[in-house]
Design a protein around this ligand. Structure first.
Ligand code: PLP
Length: 391
């Protein structure tokens, strides 16, 4: 068996040892319910509040504006449905984009079935929204703009500050799904005029099944899950104390080593791009060349099926992705790649590689060498490629 080389950090990351170590006592020793008044309950409560401070500090806000959830998807649901239901007297129009993660897209489609109207903004061929189109889409009924910070498939980073300014000018709430951005892009919610922000611990070396939502004080939103009064009555359910501690530790570690880590990812990504461009013909880099996540590289290999590529890579111990992790169960071409204008057959041949702290330059060399070999093999099996070569 080949050594495993993991290039799918946008799908998930391994929980860091230091994070796990901080979490463990909350399973077996300090297992008290954070709502209980005896000592082990109080210890849990204290740990939850410390974690809340760490999350708030990382994004330049206050602990009272942070709500813990069970994942990034729940944070997106709570933000969008929470604002929509609480503000329906004011209006029923929401603006989002065509390239959101399903946690946002499907939430918006659900709201459409409940009578809300949703505008899905186009993106250009690098994945950026058009600010003029955004502004022209605003109506007196618009209550929320939800635009992702950075795309999970192609890595493009949106003009968040400008979107925040537009939202503020029109007095509309602005939510951003920052699940892929936390730990990779510095975010200050006040400087960027963000009113709600979703994050997920497992994308920055924290545990899976743990998310948080920032909601600016004064934003009118309501809970979407009935039950107890946890999280200041906005998110029912006994607190996942160990998970919350893990999220807090993971975000703290991410900011301790922020610049060095992201420089490493940028260098690996740019090295990978230059190597593939040099060694493999008929490729296309997807997403914006510079306004992109440090660790994201998405490339379409013409005359190739992404799924076959993945299987061959897997046989060589390489983990990568052909689309968004959450949607790659289906063989439909990715909605993001179609939205940036790729034809179906090119979209099908795309490979997302996302770097992380366990990758080195020699791993990239191995990846590129393997790709050169597999791409050539697969192209020789393609009648279209043979036809092109004969011309
Ligand atoms: N939003 C984006 C942009 C994501 O990439 C993901 C997961 O891949 C999610 C939301 C969902 O997060 P979670 O897996 O924590 O539900």
């Amino acid at each position: 068996m080949e050594k495993i080389r993991y290039f799918d950090h946008a799908a998930t990351t391994a929980t860091k040892e230091e994070v796990l170590k901080e979490m463990l006592p909350y399973f077996t020793l300090n297992y008290g319910n954070a709502s209980s008044i005896y000592s082990i309950g109080r210890k849990s409560k204290k740990a939850v509040e410390e974690s809340r401070h760490k999350v708030a500090y990382a994004i330049g806000t206050e602990a009272k504006e942070i709500y813990f959830t069970s994942c990034g998807s729940e944070s997106d649901n709570l933000a969008i449905k929470g604002v929509a239901f609480a503000n329906k007297e004011k209006g029923n129009h929401i603006i989002t984009t065509k390239i959101e993660h399903p946690a946002v897209l499907h939430t918006c489609q659900h709201l459409e079935r409940e009578g809300f109207r949703v505008t899905y903004l186009n993106v250009d061929n690098e994945g950026l929204i058009n600010l003029k189109e955004l502004e022209e889409s605003i109506t007196p009924q618009t209550i929320l703009i939800s635009v992702m910070f950075a795309n999970n498939e192609i890595g493009t980073i949106q003009p968040i500050k400008e979107i925040g300014e537009i939202a503020k000018r029109y007095n509309i709430y602005f939510h951003t799904d920052a699940v892929q951005a936390i730990g990779n892009v510095r975010i200050n919610v006040n400087e960027l005029n963000i009113d709600l922000l979703s994050m997920s611990a497992h994308k920055f070396y924290g545990p899976k099944g743990m998310g948080a939502l920032y909601v600016r004080s004064g934003v009118k939103f309501e809970k979407i899950q009935d039950g107890g009064h946890q999280e200041r009555n906005m998110r029912a359910g006994t607190e996942n104390v160990a998970g919350i501690v893990g999220l807090g530790k993971a975000i703290e570690l991410a900011y301790e080593n922020f610049d060095e880590y992201n420089k490493k990812l940028t260098d690996l990504r740019d090295y990978y791009f230059s190597q593939v461009e040099e060694k493999i013909p008929d490729i296309k880099i997807n997403g914006h060349r510079t306004k992109r996540l440090p660790g994201n590289a998405n490339i379409s290999f013409e005359f190739i099926e992404g799924e076959s590529l993945l299987l061959y890579l897997d046989a060589r111990g390489i983990c990568a992705s052909s689309g968004s992790a959450c949607t790659s169960g289906s063989l439909d071409p990715s909605h993001v790649l179609l939205a940036i204008g790729l034809p179906h057959e090119i979209a099908h041949g795309s490979l997302r590689v996302t770097f992380g702290d366990d990758n080195s330059k020699s791993d990239v060399d191995f990846l590129v060498e393997t790709l050169v070999e597999i791409v050539e093999k697969l192209r020789h099996m393609s009648p279209l490629y043979e036809e092109k070569s004969e011309k």
